[in-house]
Design a protein around this ligand. Structure first.
Ligand code: ASP
Length: 337
C-alpha cells in the first residue's frame, strides 16, 4: 500500500494541475468545455444579460451572474414591473417578489417584501444565511434590515401618478389580461403593461446552472397577493442534471400548474426546451381554455447543453440571449394564439 503522505502529495500535485478558477461554498469549481450563456425574459433582459455576461465571461459563477443581471432590471426606475418604480398594490404599497436557485438545488425566496430595492439579493441571503427557503412580508423586511439592506420608499412619482389615475376609475379588481393583444392598453394609465417579470437563467463555464426571478407582480394587485415569481417550481426551477426554466405572465395560472418545475421535468423526459415550454403552456390551455385565451403566460428554458427555447400563450413574448457570439440578442417567443 502507498504511504499516506505520498498518496496525499500525489493528490495535491494533481489538483494543482487542474484548471481551477472559482470556488463556490468552499468547493473548488473545475472548468468544463461548456460555453457560458445567459437568457432572460422580455426586452429589459438585454441590459440585464449584459451585466450577467460580464460575470460569466470573467469565469464567474452562474449564481453571481443571475443575481448581478436581474439587479439591473430591479434598479431601472423606468421599469414599472420590477424592483423600485414598480407599480404598487391597490393600496399604494410597492411589494416585491423574488427567488434564486443554484446548481446544488439551494434556493431562497422573498414574497410581498416592501421598502427594499433589491429583493433578489435578500432572496440570496435567505438561501445562504437561513435554514429556510422563503420569508414573506414583515419578517422578510426585518431579515433584510438585519442583513444590512437599506429600507427606502419604492414608490416613484411616476408610479404614484399612475396609481392615482387608476384609483379614479375605482377598478378595485386586479386586471389580469393587459398583455392580451385584444386588450385595450389605453385603459391603463400611460398605456403601460401592468405585469411582467425578469426571469433569468445562466450556464457558467463550470457546467453549472442557476436562475433568478424578480417582479413587482400584478399592478394594483390586492394587498398581500404573491404571484408565481418567488415560488420555487412555479416561477423558477433549476435542476443541474437537466436544465432550468422560468416564467412570466399571470402567476396564478403558473402556480396552478407548477409551471417551471413541469418544464424541467419535461426536458428530463427528452423534450427540447421549446417543446417543454410549449407543453407547459398547453397544460394551461387544457385546464382553462377560456382563461388561457385572455391572459399571457410565457416560459423560458435552457438545458444542460446550453440549448434554449421559449413559448407563450399570446404573441408578443420576447426573450434576450447573450453568449460569446450573440450579444444584445432579442427573440420573439412562439405562441399558441
Ligand atoms: N408572473 C408575475 C406575477 O404573477 C407577473 C408577470 O410576470 O407578468 O406576479
Amino acid at each position: 500500500m502507498e504511504p499516506r503522505r505520498k498518496f496525499l502529495k500525489k493528490i495535491i500535485a494533481g489538483t494543482a494541475l487542474l484548471p481551477l478558477s472559482a470556488t463556490y461554498g468552499g468547493e473548488l469549481l473545475r472548468k468544463k468545455s461548456t460555453k457560458p450563456i445567459v437568457i432572460s425574459t422580455w426586452d429589459f433582459g438585454v441590459a440585464a444579460n449584459k451585466k450577467a455576461w460580464e460575470v460569466l465571461s470573467r469565469s464567474g459563477t452562474a449564481l453571481d451572474a443571475v443575481e448581478a443581471g436581474v439587479r439591473v432590471a430591479e434598479a431601472d426606475l423606468s421599469n414599472k414591473t420590477v424592483g423600485k418604480g414598480g407599480y404598487p398594490d391597490r393600496d399604494g404599497n410597492v411589494s416585491l417578489d423574488a427567488c434564486i436557485m443554484d446548481h446544488e438545488g439551494n434556493c431562497g425566496s422573498v414574497g410581498a417584501l416592501e421598502h427594499i430595492a433589491h429583493p433578489i439579493s435578500v432572496a440570496r441571503k435567505v438561501m445562504e444565511e437561513t435554514p429556510h427557503v422563503m420569508l414573506v412580508g414583515e419578517g422578510a423586511l426585518q431579515f433584510a434590515i438585519d442583513q444590512g439592506f437599506q429600507a427606502e420608499d419604492l414608490l416613484t412619482e411616476d408610479s404614484k401618478e399612475a396609481w392615482q389615475e387608476w384609483l379614479k376609475e375605482k377598478q378595485y379588481t386586479p386586471i389580469m389580461n393587459i398583455e392580451n393583444k385584444h386588450f385595450n392598453k389605453e385603459l391603463l394609465p400611460g398605456g403601460q403593461y401592468n405585469h411582467d417579470t425578469i426571469g433569468m437563467l445562466a450556464l457558467d463555464e463550470f457546467g453549472n446552472l442557476s436562475g433568478a426571478c424578480t417582479t413587482s407582480g400584478m399592478a394594483f394587485k390586492m394587498r398581500g397577493r404573491v404571484g408565481d415569481s418567488p415560488i420555487i417550481g412555479a416561477g423558477l426551477y433549476v435542476d443541474n442534471e437537466v436544465g432550468g426554466a422560468t416564467s412570466t405572465g399571470v402567476g396564478e395560472e403558473v402556480m396552478r400548474t407548477v409551471g417551471s418545475f413541469l418544464v424541467v421535468e419535461l426536458m428530463r423526459q427528452g423534450m427540447s426546451p421549446e417543446q417543454a415550454c410549449k407543453e407547459a403552456v398547453l397544460r394551461i390551455v387544457k385546464k382553462k381554455p377560456n382563461v388561457a385565451r385572455e391572459i399571457q403566460v410565457g416560459f423560458l428554458a435552457i438545458n444542460k447543453k446550453g440549448e434554449y427555447g421559449a413559448y407563450a400563450l399570446q404573441e408578443g413574448f420576447t426573450f434576450a440571449v447573450c453568449d460569446e457570439n450573440k450579444q444584445d440578442s432579442l427573440f420573439d417567443g412562439n405562441s399558441i394564439y
